[in-house]
Design a protein around this ligand. Structure first.
Ligand code: PGA
Length: 251
């Protein structure tokens, strides 16, 4: 896995026709030096994997259960994602935390299941608008890192996405300094826990209203290794521009 990563989170969007976007991205970014991951709805994963075989795009899920199989109507296990050929899974997205009341301990259990099934887990952390107002962003993020992230042996098992909840789908983003502050603080915490050799290799993404206009500035921030992109990733030209911005970034 490359340290720099552009991840598309399609959320609950896209039917069969949308697979064409993935096909065109594989062609346009054939020679890309950065990692590109598309997380389509689960219904498209199998075909998306077939399309991206022999390309440098990879496919991920948007969530997984903590158990391998069992009586969990409507759920998908990490083992099932792996079996389909997915290589990544997003865990702890704020939409899951809000709509399904997923707590840090759930995130931890799901992330553990994902790692045990050889998926790279993309763990989302970030403060709400209220917590930002209270000036407790760093505390919130540190607690989430502590409580959500399982032990890892290898940096390639883990990606962390800093996604301020108030920035998701709103068109608002934190200042460059705020993003820098949180990302360098996350790196310090990871250093303490995993040691510098592993911590320096863990990919830290920023997510929340990333678009082709702000991507270059965001990718110029030290300790920002890429982006988790929602809305803009639904427009393949926009996502492509974001990938190009990442490819040209220094850090
Ligand atoms: P957004 O979503 O880019 O639409 O803000 C990001 C995310 O939810 O991961």
């Amino acid at each position: 896995m490359q340290r720099k990563l552009a991840v598309a989170n399609w959320k609950m969007n896209g039917t069969i026709e949308k697979l064409q976007d993935i096909e065109s991205l594989t062609k346009i970014h054939q020679q890309s030096q950065v990692g590109i991951v598309i997380c389509p709805p689960a219904t498209l994963i199998y075909q998306a994997v077939q399309i991206t075989n022999n390309s440098n795009l990879q496919i991920g899920g948007q969530n997984c259960h903590y158990d391998t199989s069992g009586p969990y109507t409507g759920d998908i296990s990490a083992d099932m994602l792996n079996n389909l050929g997915a290589r990544y899974v997003i865990i702890g997205h704020s939409e899951r935390r809000n709509s399904y009341d997923e707590q840090n301990e759930d995130v931890y259990a799901r992330a553990t299941a994902a790692i045990n099934c050889n998926l790279t887990v993309i763990v989302c952390v970030g403060e709400t608008a209220k917590q930002k107002k209270q000036n407790i962003t760093l505390d919130v993020v540190v607690t989430q890192l502590k409580e959500c992230i399982p032990n890892i042996q290898d940096a390639r098992q883990l990606v962390i996405a800093y996604e301020p909840v108030w920035a998701i789908g709103t068109g608002k983003i934190p200042t460059i300094n705020q993003i820098h502050l949180v990302h360098s603080h996350m790196r310090k915490q990871l250093n303490k826990r995993f040691g510098s050799e592993i911590a320096s290799q863990i990919c830290l993404l920023y997510g929340g209203s990333v678009n082709p206009h702000n991507a270059t500035d965001i990718f110029a921030i030290p300790d920002v290794d890429g982006a988790l992109v929602g809305n803009s990733s639904l427009f393949s030209q926009d996502f492509s521009s974001i990938i190009v911005a990442l490819e040209s970034s220094k850090f």
